[in-house]
Design a protein around this ligand. Structure first.
Ligand SMILES: Cc1ncc(C[n+]2csc(CCOP(=O)(O)OP(=O)(O)O)c2C)c(N)n1
Length: 539
């Protein structure tokens, strides 16, 4: 008789079998830092094909999982110790939660009989899951072998059928050592809900009757690129995207207003719409920097999250379903409509204003961004930290596909770009990746340079040095507050990067930047390319 997966799993303990099960769900990489609490997971890793990437802080591990997920569309996985392992990763989980990124965080927990007692056990937190609950779709502690299987099944069901968000599963150390009883097999995964025919027809009726329809897209529309573009073309509707939706309709398309919802011209234009088709977007304030957008038209919302249908922007028609299937159904059902002809000229005029209505700092940003655009291959994935160069890039950096411009402006933490880029490089080794960082934000996760060097990843990191926490300096100046806490000194970035086994270049002319980026894309490790905001070539 041949031995079955169940037979071999029962010879394992729960820690080992959990890893086998993750492997069976298609996990090929986990990010983390081992500790005494995760040793049984490590035993399992050694028996699996899963690669363990050692981050230099769990915050980095969380961001790497986030970047892996953004680049691959698959859940990124972090494997952490309890207590500080999880608390360090919470910021990255907050980012993934805000941007609807699938992430599985598996952590150890203290011995099950001690949970919540406050006995002062190693890495103790009274309730790990209470800490992670606000940044997860769900968080739960598995108390038996069977519960581990059930919770992992539930996590992958969330990823396949719901609004993707982090999931946290905590497994106490005594549970990790239990025999792996039960059937450790992946379950049949559910799919996203399908919109009803009635909703699709009502959405089409509104769109057919519209005089000036407009489309707003967010990250939830990522898989619906073709259908959204075709709907826009059929209607002659402009496409306004959130940061996360940038590239769903390529920036160069004559109907695309890119990530321009932050611009006053676009917000003004949106007011004129009589029907707005909002696909996979929260229409959130972080994209517009306006408390609430003024939308006067009737809103059709296409979303898989029922909670989005009647928030600040109540839906006239609420299409509950996956974006791709819903938009394809709308396209099929729409029939013949006359495309609004004035839109292309209106969009061209607004796009021109993006480039002419700039302050002197934004003009410097645009010189840098244009140079990067011409130097980076078209399919490159860019990760940006919260810094002024990246704010401008949100509307001024063109991309031809979704998830090519990743600036997590929602949670808006600092320090995500470098580790995110490392995760993306590992997920898509054939695709060029670059990180854009400010001199302040870079310091939050600078130690992950060592991780990138160890992995031998080609990765240009463009450090935009404006000597301090400039955005907050500007905010203080604007409010007539004397500068406080925003002018601290920087390290010698060249020496710092080199000591982390990376290449480092201070590029002082356009030609030097171009050459450095090209070199970095082919290098045997990350390259820090420092550019000064006040360098002469940017005048
Ligand atoms: C974790 C975290 N702490 C603080 C902030 C507040 N904050 C937003 S932008 C910013 C300045 C960042 O400085 P830098 O990276 O140098 O970019 P610059 O604004 O100078 O272009 C700060 C401190 C934040 N977003 N995230």
């Amino acid at each position: 008789m041949t031995s079955t997966a169940t037979d071999s799993a029962t010879k394992m303990n729960v820690g080992e079998a959990s890893i086998k099960l993750l492997e069976a769900y298609g996990v090929d990489t986990v990010f983390g830092i081992p500790g005494v609490h995760t040793l049984e997971f490590c035993r399992g890793l050694n028996q699996s094909s899963i690669r363990h990437v050692q981050a230099r802080n769990e915050q980095g591990a969380g961001f790497m999982a986030d970047g892996y997920a953004r680049a691959s569309g698959k859940p990124g996985v972090a494997l952490l110790i309890s207590g500080p392992g999880l608390t360090n990763a919470l910021t990255a989980m907050g980012q993934a939660y805000a941007d609807s990124i699938p992430m599985l965080v598996v952590s150890a927990d203290a011995t099950s009989h001690s949970l919540g007692k406050g006995w002062g056990c190693l890495h103790e937190v009274t309730s790990l899951t209470a800490m992670s609950a606000p940044v997860t779709a769900f968080s739960a502690t598995a108390m038996t072998a069977q519960e581990v299987q059930a919770l992992i099944a539930r996590a992958f069901s969330v990823f396949s059928s719901e609004r993707p968000r982090p999931v946290h599963i905590a497994i106490p150390i005594d549970v990790l050592e239990m025999p792996a009883t039960g059937d450790w097999q992946p379950i049949e995964l559910p799919q996203r809900p399908t919109a009803t025919a009635n909703k699709i027809e009502r959405a089409c009726a509104l769109l057919r009757a519209a005089r000036q329809p407009m489309i707003c897209v967010g990250g939830g529309g990522t898989l619906a690129c073709e259908a959204i573009t075709e709907i826009a073309e059929k209607l002659g509707a402009p496409v306004i995207s959130s940061i996360a939706g940038k590239g769903i309709v390529p920036s160069a398309h004559p109907l695309s207003l890119g990530g321009g919802v932050v611009r006053a011209e676009v917000q003004q234009y949106l007011k004129a719409a009589d029907v707005v088709l909002a696909v996979g977007t929260e229409l959130s304030e972080v994209d517009s920097f306006e408390g609430t957008l003024e939308i006067n038209g009737k809103i059709i919302r296409v979303d898989i999250d029922t909670r989005k249908m009647n928030d600040l922007y109540p839906a006239e028609v609420a299409v509950l379903g996956g974006a791709r299937a819903s938009c394809e159904a709308i396209l099929r059902q729409l029939g013949d409509v006359n495309a609004r002809s004035a839109t292309v000229a209106e969009v061209a005029a607004i796009r021109q204003q993006f480039r002419t209505r700039l302050d002197s700092k934004q003009r410097r940003h645009c010189k840098m961004l244009d140079l990067l655009r011409e130097t980076l291959p078209d399919d490159s994935i860019v990760f940006g930290d919260a810094c002024q160069l990246v704010y401008t890039g949100t509307f001024a950096f063109d991309v031809s596909a979704p998830r090519k411009w990743n600036y997590p402006g929602g949670y808006c933490t600092l320090g995500s770009a470098l580790p995110d880029a490392i995760g993306a490089r590992l997920a898509r080794p054939e695709t060029p990746v670059a990180a854009l960082v400010g001199d302040g934000g870079f310091m939050f996760t600078v130690q992950e340079l060592v991780t990138g060097a160890e992995l031998g990843l080609a990765l240009p990191i463009i450090l935009w040095n404006n000597q301090g926490l400039k955005q907050i300096q500007d905010d203080m100046v604007q409010r007539e507050i004397e500068l406080v806490g925003v002018t601290g000194i920087n390290p010698d970035f060249m020496a710092l990067a080199q000591s982390c086994h990376c290449h480092a270049i201070r590029a002082e002319t356009a030609e030097q930047v171009r050459a450095a980026v090209r070199q970095a894309l082919a290098a045997d490790r990350p390259t820090l390319i420092e550019v000064g905001e006040h360098d002469a070539w940017l005048d």
